[in-house]
Design a protein around this ligand. Structure first.
Ligand code: SF4
Ligand code: SF4
Ligand code: SF4
Length: 469
């Protein structure tokens, strides 16, 4: 496409890359970042001119018609929602997929870890329709690309549910107030840079991906007689902010990152198509009962609740199911009472109250998704209105990870509502619904982390105050 403006070249942060030569200056990305996500890393430029970037150093003088402030000098949290709104492909997830093949050539063992929502995005990106899933074909395709092991991060979601629930129960018993979830790295970036005073209230549990990658590099690798730097771990994610998370200095083992690189669903779709891999309903069915389509042991056992981590409210429901299970109470959805606190005008983002009884007590959760919703949440928090809320679930992407910045682009955003259907179907068909019933996971944790101290070291983390102007 011929561009008329004078800004050229490529600028890459850890999460996203902008190719100014493909930018037509429509400002959709800037509107998404400013109005949709309330971040303001971009600011509006005249139409047909690439958007300006807002420098956190106050050095906006470099924002000329031939140069732009660099992404790394902004307060971008890596959510990738600007990627989903760019129609020309000028903004894309920052791509490091070439490193997979370099690692293979160097003799490293390739390990892929697949997130709950990736199976939805892969099916959609490979032409199977919205709301379908394609986990077996994704596993087989990754093996065809040269991966030695493909693990399911539903395992990490089960562990994360348990660790989050423990934090919530402990905080309630100690009267420490509300716990905010930590699964979403874009949210963690926002907390560290805009709301660092909230850090003591953020769950120290690593994200599901942070958990499984830590366990792979600290323990599993020894079980196969290798060291952390013998393997190359690749996250296969719906998310662009996971690329930031992979680079967090806290998430390392023996001086190697727990996750070497994180690849988005869309990047994997491109790799599959370049390698002539195609998907169909029939092929998915066939591979489900075939060893080629199976996730590898030992990270291949999980509850139905792990699937719903991919949609807004899923983490909270998983925690409720776990708490009911450890209290030997039967769970069904009707125990949770929902109330709407706030909703965006396009009904795409919201704040919801979820209440559930436990014996004579009542637990309260607030579920928040999308940047506008986070802004509303923080207003409520500053007014002291969250005092009797036990846990707040925050996902920076509207509707949660099914709509992450690394997922396929939709022609109409309303279609996002269909994406969780595939996850819900797997949840209904699962052998059991809550992570407490995952006996193999408990056995693995007991073997590898027999003490609370071990658990804390491997499964928890800390956050830094990186306040920006
Ligand atoms: S959405 Fe894409 S094409 Fe439009 S201004 Fe942003 S980068 Fe340029
Ligand atoms: S990734 Fe998110 S925060 Fe960063 S520029 Fe895009 S919309 Fe804004
Ligand atoms: S909501 Fe999910 S996909 Fe979006 S930034 Fe957070 S973890 Fe990533």
């Amino acid at each position: 496409m011929q561009v008329k403006h004078q800004v050229h070249g490529v600028d890459t942060s850890r999460a996203i890359r902008i190719d100014y030569d493909h930018c037509i200056g429509c400002q959709m990305c800037a509107r998404t970042c400013i109005d949709g996500q309330k971040i303001g890393a971009f600011s509006l430029a005249p139409i047909k001119t690439p958007p300006y970037l807002h420098s956190i150093n106050g050095n906006n003088a470099q924002n000329t018609e031939t140069t732009r402030v660099k992404m790394d000098d902004t307060n971008c949290i890596g959510c990738g929602q600007c990627v989903t709104s760019c129609t020309t492909g000028a903004i894309e997830p920052a791509n490091r997929t070439a490193e997979i093949f370099t690692a293979k050539q160097a003799g490293q063992i390739l390990v892929a870890v697949m997130a709950p929502s990736t199976r939805v995005g892969m099916a959609e990106g490979m032409g199977m329709g919205i709301g379908t899933t394609a986990e077996a074909q994704t596993v087989a395709g990754l093996k065809q690309l040269g991966f030695d092991y493909v693990f399911d991060n539903l395992w990490g979601a089960d562990v994360c549910t348990m660790e989050d629930a423990k934090e919530v129960i402990k905080a309630r018993q100690a009267g420490k107030g509300t716990v905010f979830t930590s699964c979403c790295p874009a949210w963690i970036n926002l907390v560290e840079t805009r709301y660092p005073e909230l850090i003591p209230q953020i769950s120290t549990a690593r994200s599901p991906h942070g958990i499984i990658c830590s366990v792979i590099k600290k323990f599993w690798v020894k079980d196969i007689g290798k060291k952390a730097d013998d393997i190359f771990v690749v996250g296969v994610m719906p998310c662009t902010a996971k690329k930031f998370e992979a680079a967090r200095p806290q998430l390392v083992t023996d001086n190697t990152p727990d996750c070497d690189i994180s690849v988005s669903t869309r990047e994997l779709v491109t790799l599959f198509k370049e390698n002539n891999i195609s998907f169909s309903e029939e092929r998915e069915h066939e591979l489900k009962s075939n060893s080629q389509g199976q996730f590898d042991s030992p990270f291949n056992e999980y509850s139905g609740s792990a699937y719903i981590f991919g949609k807004t409210g899923g983490v909270t429901e998983s925690v409720v199911r776990y708490v009911y299970s450890i209290n030997k109470l039967p769970f069904n959805k009707s125990v949770i009472q929902n109330g709407l606190i706030w909703e965006s005008s396009d009904k795409y983002q919201s704040l919801k109250l979820m209440e559930f009884p436990l014996g004579k007590e009542k637990y309260r959760a607030v579920v928040c998704h999308g940047g506008q919703a986070v802004e509303e949440l923080m207003k409520i928090h500053e007014q002291g209105l969250l005092v009797d809320v036990d846990v707040v679930e925050v996902m920076m992407c509207p509707q949660g990870c099914v709509n992450g910045g690394g997922q396929p682009k939709l022609v109409r955003k309303q279609l996002t509502a269909d994406r969780p259907k595939g996850l819900d179907k797997h949840d209904r068909e699962a052998k059991y619904g809550d992570c407490q019933s995952n006996e193999k996971m408990h056995e693995m944790l007991n073997k590898w982390m027999p003490t609370e101290h071990d658990i804390h070291d491997a499964l928890h983390t800390h956050y830094d105050n990186r306040r920006m102007k």
